[in-house]
Design a protein around this ligand. Structure first.
Ligand SMILES: Nc1ncnc2c1ncn2[C@@H]1O[C@H](COP(=O)(O)OP(=O)(O)OP(=O)(O)O)[C@@H](O)[C@H]1O
Length: 272
């Protein structure tokens, strides 16, 4: 394992000395399908950081996101939010701390886009009640940021895969957690929408939130992320983008070689 970012300690987090640490994984061990995917993994995510999780298919990117979201119990170690160990956090504490967009979206029932997205406000409602005009305006503004305002009255079951992915992200924006978790958020997006989406996620991080997104596009990660976790077979690397996105580390993780091309937009990684 190589860790290139100076990491705070458990005591720092508990004592609140590292006030901007939004996520602390302490000796995290994750297993799925009988395989150990990460072992004794230490990691801190601070406000202002945009982490991209890279690695080949089946290496454990989604498993890591699910564990951080509290949807999968670690085999060992623990995950802490600013409220403490997430294993003993209340559902409302979790909902205000983190929100997640999964890799696949399933719609069991038909529903208008605006009603679907408004569900993101649920963690802030005092009780049951109908949404008011202000809720509707907030929801339309979130849809607008994702280029989806014109679909507000459409039925979610009739959206395309990319549109469906964007309204899931609009819902997450209304939830407005401290920590945004996204499993392959750009996977169904066209090239222009990928740029829009990654710019929006980077903006959330710049606005003192933290973002963790699994990705397959190394070049999008290189351009928009601040930090990378690169998971390879039996090892991983984490740290600032330029420290981790090295051809030899990418080769160790993916098993193919990479040329690095410098351009005005930064480095371009070309596999061969
Ligand atoms: N529900 C499950 N039951 C058993 N094994 C699972 C389950 N979900 C995932 N796995 C296994 O855990 C491993 C990690 O899967 P994970 O989905 O985290 O990979 P990933 O890196 O996100 O892959 P991809 O890039 O293909 O989405 C894989 O070997 C997978 O087969």
């Amino acid at each position: 394992m190589m860790t290139t970012v100076p990491q705070g300690t458990k005591t720092d987090m508990i004592a609140g000395k590292v006030a901007d640490v939004l996520l602390h994984a302490d000796r995290l061990t994750l297993r799925n399908g009988g395989t150990t995917l990460l072992a004794d993994f230490n990691w801190q995510v601070r406000a202002g950081e945009f982490w991209c999780v890279l690695g080949k298919n089946g290496i454990g990117k989604s498993t890591l996101l699910h564990a951080v979201a509290g949807l999968l119990s670690p085999e060992g170690g623990c995950i802490r939010s600013p409220d403490g160990d997430i294993a003993v956090s209340t559902p409302q504490q979790l909902a205000r701390w983190r929100g997640m967009v999964a890799q696949q979206q399933f719609d069991a029932f038909s529903c208008s886009v605006i009603d679907y997205v408004m569900a993101g406000l649920h963690p802030y409602r005092p009780g049951w009640g109908w949404p008011d005009e202000a809720d509707r305006r907030t929801t339309l503004a979130a849809l607008d940021r994702l280029g989806m305002a014109s679909c507000a009255d459409a039925d979610v079951t009739q959206l395309s895969g990319g549109e469906r992915q964007r309204i899931a992200i609009a819902t997450l924006m209304l939830q407005a957690p401290q920590l945004y978790l996204l499993d392959e958020p750009a996977s169904h997006q066209d090239v222009a929408s990928q740029q829009m989406l990654l710019r929006l996620l980077r903006g959330l991080a710049d606005d003192k939130h933290a973002v963790v997104a699994s990705m397959h596009d190394i070049n999008l990660a290189a351009r928009f992320a601040t930090h990378i976790i690169l998971i390879g077979p039996q090892r991983w690397w984490s740290g600032a983008v330029d420290d981790v996105l090295q051809p030899e580390l990418l080769q160790a993780a993916f098993g193919c070689r990479f040329n690095v091309i410098s351009s005005e937009q930064g480095k371009w990684f070309s596999p061969f």
